[in-house]
Design a protein. Sequence first.
Length: 178
Amino acid sequence: MTDHLTIRPCTPADEDAAVLVWARAARPAHPFVPDEGTGVRERKMREVYLVHADNWVAEIDGRTVGVLGLLHSGTTLPDGSGTAAAGPGTETSAGSGPEAGAEIGGLFVAPEAQGRGVGRALVAHAAALHGALTLEVYEKNTAAREFYARTGFTEQGRRDDDEYGEVLLRLVRPAATA
């Protein structure tokens, strides 16, 4: 685990730092996505995801090194994305709290902070807030798939991403049982 790691709500003042972490982490994770981390994708990050998701930043000694975006079950963003209809085994009860579940819309850690427990801490934070978690990850993003497998996610399904012609895997992590 990383010393001096803080996870806190993302504020408007964090926008530039959060976008920078996302862009620096997303480019090597998604080399098959044209212009990843820039242009239209960056604008969407600023105008949609950082505005409409429940966002958190991870800091080491006051420096932003991670960003986590959570979508509550049934959330639809203005661009039409959001939590998909739940499949078998996904907790989707209405309301909030650990029983409701949430979707990780994005989890990105600055390259120099990867392997230091930041991502694991962000997943644990999301689970503490919402219990069951779901997410989608590109099949080609093997490093992220391995990370999510180590943190308790399993594949629930897959679909074609019409925008980029890539396969997305739907992963689930059940709420911890006492």
